[in-house]
Design a protein around this ligand. Structure first.
Ligand code: SF4
Length: 381
């Protein structure tokens, strides 16, 4: 007589597949890929880049079932093609512990479809992480998704337990969000949680806060996305906005929409870093009349072409902020120049190269070195 066996946690992870393929968790979202050296090619293990180098991360969901019906999502209610897999908190925590003990993964990103509301679902995520931290004494990296409508105390506990929390806005306004996810409420369920998370950080909790947007399915403009991103960086202490280029999924209401060009996603990231790390304001970005960024040029170079070609920056006198306006020079390069300037004059491109400025060719058209435009020597070969 055959006895039906229940799948193990690892078998269920295999069945669930790469559930968070569209949810980046690290510093280089566009390079996040399943980590094919994971045992049995476990699709939930991705290589994620972190400030301390690339790490294999278990990225998965408590359940791939969902009662909501976001138009773009493979897990939406009623989609027949989705394999529905649900974990209990103990099962998920034990599976993670197994992988972590085997040194297959060095961190976890945990999300979930919504069943019985955001609050009940958030409880399951929190229960899992309590077990991981208490029973398995895991002290490493945890990134948790906050469910729409999660309660204040749940968010507080998540921020105590995790290193990073995601509160995904999906769209830049309520109208865009309704067009993507008719049951999600922008202010009430999501933006308020971002504001709470910032208050909690101010009161001493260290978990960082990130959000994600689905880009290009419902007419959202770069201007809308980046204006909101700037507000989130400045007012709510957001560590990072993720921009996920829309990709149509079969058997969803958006299956016939065109995918968003990856280049648009890339330009959004470049611009977002200018807002977050270079002190730019959204108004300075080179939006066209329709609110789009040009795709054919890096936004920093477009700004420099319009503003610096006729008024080049004197490298020996410029402030740190002005140095960072020069294409090819970022925060680190600006600091290196400031330090080198105290030791002597920088009056030739070779001097910039010698101190480690790698893209001097990019910078040359926009700078003066000791009052003179630098002569760009073409390479001999
Ligand atoms: S709530 Fe999340 S999992 Fe559910 S349909 Fe929407 S995006 Fe998908």
């Amino acid at each position: 007589m055959h006895k039906l066996s229940t799948p193990t946690g690892l078998e269920k992870l295999q069945l669930a597949g790469d559930t968070t393929a569209f949810e980046p968790a690290g510093d280089q979202p566009q390079r996040e890929r399943p980590h094919h050296r994971a045992p049995h090619d476990l699709p939930c293990v991705s290589t994620v880049s972190t400030p301390t180098g690339p790490k294999a991360m278990m990225k998965t969901m408590m359940t791939t079932a969902c009662e909501r019906n976001c138009y773009y999502c493979p897990f939406r209610a009623g989609r027949g093609k989705t394999q529905r897999v649900t974990f209990s908190p103990h099962e998920m925590a034990a599976s993670f512990d197994k992988l972590q003990q085997a040194r297959t993964v060095e961190g976890i990103f945990l999300s979930s479809g919504i069943i019985k509301g955001g609050v009940t679902t958030q409880d399951k995520i929190l229960d899992t992480v309590e077990i991981i931290r208490r029973k398995y004494q895991y002290t490493g990296y945890i990134h948790l998704k906050i469910m729409p409508g999660a309660e204040y105390d749940q968010l507080y506990r998540a921020m105590q337990l995790a290193d990073r929390v995601s509160i995904n806005l999906e769209g830049p306004t309520q109208d865009r969000l309704t067009a993507l996810a008719p049951k999600k409420r922008f202010d009430e369920e999501l933006l308020t949680r971002l504001a709470w998370a910032q208050q909690m950080r101010r009161s001493g909790l260290r978990a960082s806060i990130v959000t994600q947007f689905v880009v290009g399915a419902v007419g959202d403009t770069d201007l809308e996305l980046l204006t909101l991103s700037e507000r989130l960086y400045r007012q709510l202490g957001l560590a990072r906005a993720y921009y996920s280029a829309f990709n149509p999924i079969s058997d969803t209401p958006f299956e016939n929409l065109s995918p968003t060009l990856p280049l648009r996603e890339f330009r959004l990231y470049q611009s977002s870093f200018l807002l977050r790390d270079y002190g730019w304001s959204a108004e300075e970005l080179p939006f066209g009349e329709d609110g789009s960024l040009p795709l054919n040029i890096d936004p920093k170079r477009a700004w420099a072409d319009a503003n610096l070609l006729d008024k080049p920056v004197e490298v020996m006198q410029a402030s740190r902020a002005d140095l960072m306006r020069i294409p090819g020079i970022g925060p680190k390069g600006a600091d290196t120049i400031l330090k080198a300037r105290r030791r002597g004059r920088l009056n030739d491109l070779s001097h910039l190269r010698a101190i480690g400025i790698r893209s001097v060719e990019q910078s040359a058209p926009y700078i003066l070195l000791d009052g003179r435009r630098p002569a760009l020597q073409l390479p001999l070969f």
